[in-house]
Design a protein around this ligand. Structure first.
Ligand code: NAP
Length: 495
């Protein structure tokens, strides 16, 4: 089984992706799963099956670890400049083929093309950023306080890495891990989400073309993620687990990794507050709200999940948000007019509907949306709710959909307490014209990332990650992301 050479032609049509089954990508070869089983991939805008990928077994997982181990020594000994050049080439190829990749992401994930284009640019940037980081890995040198010896600290690749990613950013969540791991000198096995494997396999072909040697990046899809991951983690050569996904699965994986004392990076769920003070620029706050809520149709870990709006601006903000949300065009992600694509699965639509019905039963008012459309596909309309009470389930659970619940607040102390009333701590948004107040509130919000007068904070050059049950560790940023894939080795030297 091999990838069609036309796969990345700018003029290629979608059949290039969907007309054949991809193989598992192990040791630079495309192969079926050892028992021949496949996972079907659906288009969320219709529910129709568009492709099938191999369903890896425990034996395939072992083969992938073997391939990563086989490539480990030569990759860690590849000069940083050469590693950097290969990463840079990955950036260039992704940028050249951005439109084709965006269409593929829209097709299997459902997100609007404009969101998919944004994702490809963001995903490619991790390669450019880490190409630059690869040649800037420094150590430390100093005199021990006793004066007896020198302290030399050398940063070394941590070893084989298992990377597990979700469906909501099929390209970016993978490149955010692969690029720093390779820059650090590690080899990896990527397990993408079962709903969106096509992007991961398309990128694997691109990495190979960019010069990534066989075995350095391996990609396996499986419908049996628990046992397959456990089998990989049980191999003593695997030293790193980097996971992005739900907090629930993160807890399970932390327990599994603990058995083997494996280093873990965890990018987990969120419940971002979006706080608008009376003195905010209303139009800017509405622009920011649309980005923070509707990027990926709300299917983002950083998505604004709770809107807290101060009493004096509340009605104008709610009305403005209703108008903007109600005007959005729903449709298939691949339709260039679409502004709000389908959700990933029917189950996801059911969860959103449950959360909205719960809020209404507790006294919330629907300003727009709020009803599951009858058409085929997994759609949920852009929805705005007001008077959402603190005990509504959506104030505590990730909505992961195009629903904006608004609550009124009176003063700063109250909104800080309400914003922090969650087990999550990934992202938060604050709008005020008073910078001192903005910085004061930002310092008190329990969150790894804050956007102050902005609707977007993700940037490969900044440390991305959460506190509390939103995760452990950081991705991207100066040194943060790459350090997750390295160990400090201390050498005491007498000279
Ligand atoms: P998920 O259900 O936790 O799945 C994430 C990945 O874990 C998928 O590849 C999944 O495989 C795999 N998985 C599931 N059960 C597993 C197990 N027992 N052992 C090993 N792997 C397992 O999350 P999702 O629904 O795909 O993604 C949405 C969640 O991700 C949200 O909570 C969102 O906030 C979070 N997220 C966080 C960030 C961040 O940076 N903090 C970014 C994006 C998303 P299958 O697909 O085969 O089930």
């Amino acid at each position: 089984m091999n990838i069609s050479p036309e796969l990345f032609d700018q003029d290629s049509d979608l059949s290039d992706y969907t007309a054949f089954s991809h193989g598992l990508y192990i040791g630079g070869k495309w192969r079926p799963s050892s028992d021949g089983r496949v996972i079907e991939v659906a288009d969320p805008s219709t529910g129709a099956v568009i492709a099938a990928v191999p369903d890896a077994t425990l034996a395939d997982a072992a083969t992938a670890v073997e391939a990563a181990a086989g490539a480990a020594t030569s990759w860690r000994e590849t000069p940083p400049r050469r590693r950097s050049e290969i990463l840079r080439r990955c950036f260039e190829l992704m940028t050249e083929r951005a439109e084709t990749l965006a269409v593929l992401i829209s097709l299997e994930n459902g997100k609007a093309l404009r969101d998919a284009r944004g994702e490809v640019a963001y995903a490619a940037e991790f390669f450019r950023w880490n190409a630059e980081e690869a040649v800037r890995i420094t150590g430390e040198f100093g005199l021990a306080p006793s004066g007896a010896n020198r302290i030399v600290v050398d940063y070394q690749p941590i070893g084989i890495c298992v990377l597990i990613t979700p469906w909501n950013f099929p390209a970016a969540m993978a490149t955010r891990k692969i690029a720093p791991a390779l820059a650090a000198g590690c080899t990896v096995i990527l397990k993408p989400a079962s709903e969106t494997p096509l992007t991961a396999y398309a990128l694997a072909a691109l990495y190979e073309e960019a010069g990534v040697p066989p075995g350095v990046i391996n990609v396996v899809t499986t419908s049996n993620p628990g046992p397959v991951t456990a089998a990989m983690l049980a191999d003593a050569r695997v030293r790193k687990l980097s996971f992005t996904g739900s907090t629930g699965v993160g807890r399970v994986l932390l327990a599994e990794a603990a058995k083997h004392v494996i280093s873990c990076s965890m990018e987990l769920g969120g419940n971002a507050p979006f706080i608008v003070f009376d003195d905010a620029d209303l139009d800017a706050a509405l622009d920011g709200a649309m980005i923070a809520k509707m990027r990926n149709a709300g299917e983002a870990c950083t998505a604004a999940n709770r809107f807290y709006v101060q009493a004096g601006i509340h009605d104008a903000f709610a009305d403005g948000l209703r108008k903007r949300m109600a005007a959005l065009k729903m449709g298939a992600g691949t339709d260039s007019e679409t502004e709000c694509g389908p959700m990933i699965t029917r189950k996801a639509v059911g969860k959103i509907d449950r959360l909205v019905q719960d809020a209404v039963a507790r006294g919330a008012t629907i300003l727009c949306g709020g009803e599951v459309p009858v058409e085929k596909g997994y759609f949920y309309p852009p929805t705005v709710l007001t008077d959402v009470p603190p005990d509504a389930a959506m104030a505590h659970e990730e909505i992961f959909g195009p629903v904006a619940p608004i609550s009124r607040f009176e003063d700063e102390a109250e909104v800080i307490a309400r914003a922090n009333d969650t087990e999550y701590g990934l992202a938060a948004y604050i709008y005020t014209r008073d910078l001192a107040k903005g910085m004061r509130v930002a310092s008190k919000i329990e969150s790894g990332m804050i956007a102050l007068n902005r609707g977007l904070m993700s940037d490969p050059a900044a440390p991305f990650g959460g506190v509390k049950q939103s995760g452990l560790g950081r991705e991207g940023g100066q040194k943060h992301g790459i350090t997750e894939f390295m160990e400090a080795k201390y050498i005491a030297v007498t000279i």
